[in-house]
Design a protein around this ligand. Sequence first.
Ligand code: PPS
Length: 568
Amino acid sequence: MKDSLNHSESLLVHFRRMESLKAEAVRYPSIHLNKRQLCNLELLLNRAFYPLTGYLTQEDYERVLDFQRLSDDTVWPVPICLDISEKSAQSLSQNERIALRDEEGFILAVLKVKSLWKPDLRKEALRIWGTEDPEKHPGVRSFFDETGSWYVGGSLEGIQLPFHYDFNEIRLTPPEVHRRFSRNGWRNVLGFHAEDFLHRSHVEAILSAAREANSSILIHPSIGLGDPGEPRYYALVRSYFEILRNFPKNLIMLALLPSFSIQAGPREALLQAIVRKNFGCSHFLVARDHADPFAGQSGTERFYPPHSARKLVEEYESETGIKMVPFEPFVYVKEKAEFVSPEELGAEMQPSELSPSELLRRMENDLKLPEWFTYPEVVAELKLAFPPKSAQGFTIFLTGLSGSGKSTLAKVLLVKLMEMRDRPVTLLDGDIVRKNLSSELDFSKEHRDLNIRRIGFVASQITKNGGIAICAPIAPYEESRRHNRELISQYGGYIEVYLSTPLETCELRDAKGVYAKARAGKIKGFTGIDDPYVPPANPEITIDTREFNPIEAAQKVLLFLEEQGYVR
Ligand code: PPS
């Protein structure tokens, strides 16, 4: 009785402390965290990143880059820093307290600034990913694209873990997972980091590894960037529930981890292992190409040498306290009607294969999957996650000089696609967007990029919801076009149409008289005249409107859509 009173008393004290911290924090300067930063904050606050209790200071940061260790010598492979813009950095000072807020403005924690510096991001890329070339490594590209130019380090006082409303019953903190392990009497637990759908071969391989390690299993998918507004996310998590049914009941547990992959190969594998240790795992499964940016892509060379992630996790086993277990893919052998391990696979046996790209092709074209590959319940979720192309949304992104024929082609396409009565169609013409969405923007590079990204965002929402977006801005720069391609391709089709009509023709047409004004110096920085247009590197379709009239050009696009399976 006394104990429970003490417990509720201490809870009350804790609650009051949080309330007063929150009341004080309202007056502090604020930083609004993006999705990635919220993941890291949650892992710091819930102790998944133990022994870190805050963001790295500059001293720790340099040690992590150079030696994979904190200044007290603890092994730590990847910097956990809070990146901010130069403008925010200029307004902060040592020992100042900052309120860390989520995207909606709720205060989640207070950061006491100990260290503020401008990191050498190229050095960081080289140390962590092994290259500073964004063209060679998508992880490095995202890092450069998404990281603020200043870092702030210091200790954290948590007020509230980031809010989640999805799958809360399996969003477990390290202490909660620990408690479940001990309640079940699980001493040895094998952690499995998942990011994608799991199938029969995964189940066989995980079970076999667990038998070797004499352990139970924690399926621990990393879902930090999962979008709760996207059907694919729900299908993925539901598929994990389905997968669980294929394991012995008393051996398996599922929990979601609010983390994201930076695709940093060995260093990231080591971080993932440390995190699983903090959740109470004794063993961690490491794939041959773990956290490699090209893992799972058949016919593509991996970025990191094979087994390098395994070697690194193994090298630090005695310090981290978690053992590396190799994840060996099992293969299905038709003549034996079962899965076999790589050692059991005789030279005379012919393994059946279904590569990720072949899986996607079959989903997109509504084709059957072989029974040996996965479970019917997982197939049902896959169908929701990857509807056939004919049911997906898509974006047609027209780009080219003013007068190249974008708007006319866009209008014809709108009519043709509306006539099909297949999906809702939205036209985002350059002019319409400039008037309604980007009226405050000028034609500087910065504002043009912002304009194109806004168009991309709207198109991505339309595509995500199964509609068709037709965009027709000039979009003179490759970077923002690539950003849109990457964003929109996650949700459906992206078809870039380059209107390659040359400047002379556009200028001759000059329907709006804008070229004449630009030549007379009345419009400054006009695309093609005194501002650049960078042609797309790999457009799906190129059309020179000197050779095709608008109806013919639209037909060319429609034939492409038909050939690709987007329209029937
Ligand atoms: S961008 O570069 O993609 O943001 O441009 P966009 O939003 O498509 O806007 C292009 C239309 O704005 C008119 N306009 C200019 N274009 C290029 N450069 C400058 N400086 C400029 N100032 C105004 C131009 O007439 C474009 O209309 P369209 O319909 O393409 O002719």
